[in-house]
Write a protein that binds this ligand. Structure first.
Ligand code: NAD
Length: 257
C-alpha cells in the first residue's frame, strides 16, 4: 500500500476529483479527512470508505472562510492523529464567468475567494500541522488554464488558477528544507460536473475537445492516480512542479484530425 500510515485531508472531497482521490487514498492505506462545503456529499464519501474497511471522517468546511479551514485541520488532527498530505482541491467554475467586459465583480470575487484564497487558507492552517507530523506533501489543484489561455472565456477562473500556480512555486521553495513538498496538479478538461455544467451544449464541448490531442475529456480517477504519486513517498524529490495531466493539451499546437 502506497500511503500506509498516512493521514490525508482532501478539500472538495465530496465529488469529482476529490471524491475519486479520497477513495483511492483510502484503498492505499491512508486515513482520509473528506472535507466539503456540501456536508452530505462529504459524509457519503466517508461512509463509502468506512464500508470498504477504510478509515475516514467527514468535515464540513467552506474553504473561503479562514475559521472553517482552521477547524478542518484541527478536527483532522484530533480525529485521525496527524496530517501528512494536504490536497487543496476544492474549486468552482461560475456559470457567469466570461471575459473582462462581461464578468461581474461579484463573480470575480467569489471565484478568487474559493479557488485562490481557499488554497492560501488551506496552507496557512495545514502547513503548521505538516510541521507537527515531521513533514509531508501539499498538492494544490490548478488547471491547464494556468499555463495557457482558454478559447472559451472564463477570466476569473483562469486568473485564480494562475495564482494557485505562483503560490505553489513559492511555497515549495520556502518549505523545501522542512520536508514539506508542494506541487500543483494541472488537470486538462475533465468529464466532471464542474466542467460539464459550464460547457452546457454539445457544441461547447466539441469546441474544447478540438484542443485535446487524445480527443476525449479526462476522468476524475485519472487525476486521483496523479495525486497519489504526488502524495506518496515515490515523489520524494518532486517539489514546485506544475504536473500537467491533460491528454497532451499543453503540448499541442495543432491537434491530429
Ligand atoms: P466538482 O464540481 O466535481 O467537485 C468540486 C467539489 O468542491 C464539490 O464537492 C463542491 O461541493 C466542493 N466545493 C465547492 N466550493 C467549495 C468550498 N467553498 N469549500 C469546500 N468545498 C467546496 O469539480 P472537479 O472537477 O472535481 O474539480 C476539482 C478541482 O479541479 C477544482 O479546483 C477545479 O477547478 C479543478 N479542475 C477541474 C477541471 C475540470 O475540467 N473538471 C479542470 C482543471 C481543474
Amino acid at each position: 500500500m502506497r500511503l500506509k500510515g498516512k493521514v490525508a485531508l482532501i478539500t472538495g472531497g465530496g465529488a469529482g476529483i476529490g471524491r475519486e482521490t479520497a477513495l483511492l487514498f483510502a484503498k492505499e492505506g491512508a486515513s482520509v479527512s473528506v472535507v466539503d462545503v456540501a456536508s452530505d456529499a462529504a459524509t457519503g464519501v466517508a461512509e463509502e470508505i468506512q464500508a470498504a474497511g477504510g478509515k475516514a471522517i467527514a468535515v464540513r468546511a467552506d474553504v473561503s472562510r479562514a475559521g472553517d479551514c482552521e477547524s478542518m485541520v484541527a478536527e483532522t488532527e484530533e480525529s485521525l492523529g496527524a496530517l501528512h498530505v494536504l490536497f487543496n482541491n476544492a474549486g468552482i467554475m461560475h456559470g457567469d464567468d466570461a471575459d473582462a467586459v462581461d464578468t461581474e465583480e461579484s463573480v470575480w470575487d467569489l471565484t478568487l475567494a474559493i479557488n485562490l484564497k481557499g488554497v492560501f487558507f488551506g496552507c496557512k492552517y495545514g502547513i503548521p500541522a505538516l510541521r507537527r507530523s515531521g513533514g509531508g506533501s501539499v498538492i494544490n489543484t490548478a488547471s491547464f488554464v494556468a499555463l495557457m489561455g482558454a478559447a472559451t472565456p472564463q477570466l476569473a477562473y483562469t486568473a485564480s488558477k494562475g495564482g494557485v500556480l505562483a503560490l505553489t512555486r513559492e511555497l515549495a521553495v520556502v518549505h523545501a528544507r522542512e520536508g514539506i513538498r508542494v506541487n500543483a496538479l494541472c488537470p486538462g478538461p475533465l468529464r466532471t460536473k464542474l466542467l460539464m455544467d459550464f460547457l452546457d451544449t454539445e457544441e461547447k464541448k466539441q469546441r474544447r475537445l478540438v484542443h485535446v490531442p487524445m480527443g476525449r475529456f479526462g476522468e476524475a480517477h485519472e487525476m486521483a492516480q496523479a495525486a497519489l504519486y504526488l502524495a506518496s513517498d515515490e515523489s520524494s524529490y518532486v517539489t514546485g512542479t506544475e504536473f500537467a495531466v491533460d491528454g497532451g493539451l499543453t503540448a499541442a499546437y495543432v491537434t491530429p484530425e
